[in-house]
Ligand binder design. Structure first.
Ligand SMILES: [Zn+2]
Length: 412
């Protein structure tokens, strides 16, 4: 027998950016089959005083990473990351985030474990390994000769260092073979790497053209970690779909993004998390700490200008740099950068689904969509307390979390 589940008399934020409006929502066999008034159902979830949101997205996480502390990373047993990933995925789901894009680290095994229901987590797109040039953001070479890579290679996760179009072509094919749903590339330096500069662009156009051609041939998109203006422009020129971080955006870069429809995934919380980790005693190289402090202000200022100019924005946090389970802090920073509450939530639902190419199935509360739903106590625009107000999370119509209250054993 098919059960019709009725979410009765809630405020519904449908994801489009329109303000919440009173409606009933009916779910059957994992899909939304009705949105309207006076609907009926066999099982009823009373939503009075609550808001129903589409399942949230985080377009930039690292679920196998758990913080930036160098000593901890060096002494952690290799396989421990996969057990941490399970806890990280669960903490993400508890926030109402039912879809993530892993920006390197998670492999096919992690993704399949979630898909098969072996572990609980958001649905995920994976990039497996990020592609870097020698001396780039993915190269952990130190002056001692020791290589302190943040993600050790193994059969399911190849190294990502390449130079030149030929190596690039082979590497993209190798990463596609390993199961990637999206290709991640570093087109500039970054913060958490010892020997590069976030203000320098990495890879030349001939290398990026090959990368995009191979990803396109495989039917997948490309995401570029890009902080330097030069690296952002090179990524946009090559037709890369999203700029991650976008720390040093200049006017020309913004114009180019508008002209091409390139997305920005800001991850404003990331440098904040690095600085906070250091204040909490994390061991990090002094050069890395200095870079984190340097990018913080530039990042906020670039984001505000991108918002004002109308660049397409999707929510992402870089969680894994900071603790998983704090992802929703990003929403308040987006609001401070000039987005309205509904715009922020739309960037975290409908827009994010568009960026990931899954808007036919997810991201809005519409008839026919998958029933990924989040029940929020009260207003969803109180971002400072949103985490505490998540009361129920549904994935494909199945209750998967009671938010922060899951510890008390009431999970059904
Ligand atoms: Zn990242």
């Amino acid at each position: 027998m098919t059960v019709r589940m009725l979410f009765r008399e809630g405020q519904v934020f449908d994801g489009s950016g329109s303000p919440p409006a009173a409606a009933d929502v009916v779910v059957e066999e994992g899909r939304i089959v009705g949105v309207g008034s006076d609907l009926d159902g066999d099982a009823v979830v009373e939503c009075n005083g609550m808001t129903l949101l589409p399942g949230l997205f985080d377009c930039h996480v690292h679920v196998t990473s758990s913080g930036v502390d160098t000593m901890r990373r060096l002494t952690r047993p290799f396989s421990y990351q996969f057990y941490e990933a399970e806890a990280n995925l669960r903490a993400t789901l508890d926030l109402g985030i039912t879809s993530i894009r892993d920006a390197s680290g998670a492999d096919l095994g992690v993704q399949q474990a979630v898909e098969d229901g072996l572990i609980l987590g958001p649905r995920m797109q994976i990039s497996v390994t990020a592609i870097s040039q020698t001396g780039g953001h993915g190269d952990g070479w130190l002056p001692s000769g020791i290589v302190l890579g943040s993600r050790e290679p193994y059969p399911g996760r190849p190294t990502g260092i390449v130079d030149g179009p030929d190596e690039m072509r082979k590497k993209v094919r190798e990463i596609v073979r390993s199961g990637a749903n999206v290709i991640k590339v570093f087109t500039s330096g970054g913060v958490l790497s010892p020997r590069d500069n976030p203000r320098h662009g990495h890879f030349r156009d001939d290398e990026l053209d090959v990368l995009v051609a191979e990803a396109t041939a495989a039917g997948i998109f490309v995401m570029a970690h890009a902080q330097a203006a030069d690296g952002i422009k090179a990524a946009v020129r090559a037709g890369i779909r999203s700029i991650e971080h976008g720390v040093f955006l200049d006017d020309e870069a913004i114009e180019m993004m508008l002209a091409k429809g390139t997305w920005l995934v800001p991850t404003l919380i990331a440098p904040v998390s690095v600085v906070e980790s250091v204040e909490d005693g994390a061991s990090l190289q002094p050069a890395v700490i200095a870079k984190a402090r340097e990018v913080l202000e530039a990042h906020r200022e670039s984001f505000a200008r991108a918002v004002a100019a109308g660049v397409r924005i999707a929510m992402g946090t870089d969680s894994g740099v900071g603790p998983h389970g704090t992802n929703l802090r990003e929403l308040a920073l987006m609001e401070q950068g000039g987005m309205s509450g509904p715009e922020v939530l739309s960037a975290t639902t409908h827009s994010a689904a568009k960026l990931l190419g899954v808007a036919d199935e997810l991201g809005t509360i519409d008839v026919g969509k998958r029933a990924d739903l989040v029940l929020i106590n009260g207003s969803p625009f109180e971002f400072g307390t949103l985490k505490e107000n998540v009361t129920a999370v549904y994935k494909d119509g199945i209750l998967v979390s009671r938010g922060q209250n899951r510890g008390n054993g009431d999970n059904g």
